[in-house]
Design a protein around this ligand. Structure first.
Ligand code: FAD
Length: 410
């Protein structure tokens, strides 16, 4: 019989499949994922799992028994190749087909490939790595050893998290960033400066404004060195490219769904085909707090959209309207971010970067649109509330630690 078919067994897909059951669906539910294992947590791949302080088993999002109990048919190691909307069925890589009543696309995203003179896109050197899956970590392991020279391309969250783990493991680390500062796309200059000095103190060689001119390979076809625009040559044993992701929309666009920086969905996660929903990293959705469409790459977004899709399928529609949030761990620093800072006109810091405990608020026309909390976990819930409230707040009060955040958030 026709099932609710969830495509992609990552954070969003695994949550959606069980949430559809919890929300009351009585029919068949099938979760199809092309990775050869049970769905797992991705954030530790650049943190504890890379550091070797947690196991594959501990990464699992849910044990097999949870899917069994929810009567979710889990099919791992199988890819959905095509959706035939006219027949309401999917064609899988194992040559089977699946009829769907409703489909949820949770296909996630993939690393943006590094393009450079000297690299052949069809022939990736064995010491050039990306970080998205457990297999990617296993590929890095042999070269991720004390004394090795690691070159990280891109100073976003993944690049910086890997730099922190690598320094602790005794690798020599260089980070190349094309922008004039780290985390340039998301953080205020003062926050970028904090993270740059954190990494420099730990011995990371951070080079900003550095564009790659070319890459040289050795006789074995491995990357030997990277040459930057100012002619500097950096030799490396291992290269990690962390230069962003591309949403996996090919399945959707192949089926004729509307795609524009992600699969375009409405507030209930419905795509341009009312029986096909899309959630997580691959979805471009409206956000009423910011009054614009966004595509997010975060675990909380994947989980919350999964529940929105499940509620919709079970006839209890709720509009998705959350403050985006995200976290990153580097050394002894826990960064938690609420909201989106794009378009801010004022950044205000509360607390002290020197003591590694502060919150930077981003305001637009007097309203707090986002905030970065560094080692301020107890404050984070209030910060999220403040961002959600959209009330104008006196910046002087935000900076004044004698005024409680609680009084400002309520
Ligand atoms: P994914 O987790 O990418 O899952 C999609 C799945 O679908 C994949 O398994 C994919 O192989 C599969 N798939 C795709 N197409 C098909 C198909 N046609 N058929 C079958 N299967 C298919 N977020 C945070 O909030 N905090 C963090 O600290 C953080 N750290 C991160 C660190 C790393 C190294 C990475 C890679 C990501 C991190 N993220 C973090 C981001 C977070 O992991 C993603 O936002 C989240 O995984 C998105 O979930 P998703 O289910 O949408 O996509």
């Amino acid at each position: 019989t026709a099932a609710v078919v969830v495509v992609g067994a990552g954070h969003a897909g695994a949550e959606a499949a069980t949430a559809v059951r919890q929300a009351g669906h009585v029919g068949r539910i099938v979760l199809v994922g092309d990775e050869p294992r049970l769905p797992y947590h991705r954030p530790p791949l650049s943190k504890a799992y890379l550091a070797g302080t947690t196991t594959l088993e501990a990464l699992l999002l849910k044990q097999q028994t949870v899917y069994d109990k929810a009567e979710v048919e889990l099919r791992t190691g199988v890819k959905v190749e095509r959706i035939e909307r006219e027949n309401k069925r999917m064609v899988l890589s194992d040559r089977t087909t699946l009829a769907y009543s409703r489909a949820i696309l949770a296909t996630g995203s993939r690393p943006r490939p590094l393009l450079a003179v000297g690299l052949d896109a069809g022939n990736i050197p064995s010491n050039l790595c990306y970080l998205r899956t457990t297999d990617d970590v296993e590929r890095m392991r042999g070269r991720f050893v004390e004394g090795a020279r690691l070159l990280i391309i891109g100073a976003g969250y993944i690049g910086l998290e890997v730099a922190a783990v690598a320094r602790k493991a005794g690798l020599h680390v260089t980070v190349l960033e094309a922008q004039p500062r780290v985390l340039a796309r998301v953080a205020a200059p003062s926050v970028s400066a904090f993270f740059e000095s954190l990494h420099r103190e730990a011995g990371v060689d951070i080079r900003v404004g550095a564009n790659i001119e070319s890459i040289t390979l050795n006789a074995a076809g491995d990357v030997e060195a990277v040459i930057t625009n100012d002619g500097t040559q950096i030799e490396a044993d291992l290269v990690l490219a962390g230069i962003g992701v591309i949403p996996n929309v090919e399945l959707a666009s192949g089926a004729g769904l509307v795609v524009d920086n992600g699969i375009v969905v409405n507030q209930f996660t419905q795509s341009s085909d009312p029986d096909i929903l899309a959630i997580g990293d691959c979805s471009n959705h409206p956000n009423p707090i910011y009054g614009r469409r966004i595509r997010l790459e975060s675990v909380p977004n994947a989980l919350e959209q999964a529940r929105i899709a499940a509620a919709f399928i079970c006839g209890k529609p709720q509009a998705y309207a959350s403050v985006p949030w995200f976290w990153s761990d580097q050394y002894d620093v826990k960064l938690q971010m609420a909201g989106l800072s794009q378009g801010y006109d004022l950044a205000i810091t509360r607390g002290s970067p020197a003591s590694k405990s502060f919150t930077t608020f981003y305001l637009q026309n007097g309203i707090v649109i986002s905030a970065d909390c560094v080692n301020r976990a107890p404050e984070f819930m209030l910060v999220k509330k403040l961002v959600a409230s959209r009330r104008p707040i006196d910046p002087a009060l935000l900076a004044d630690e004698s005024v409680t955040l609680k009084s400002l958030a309520e």
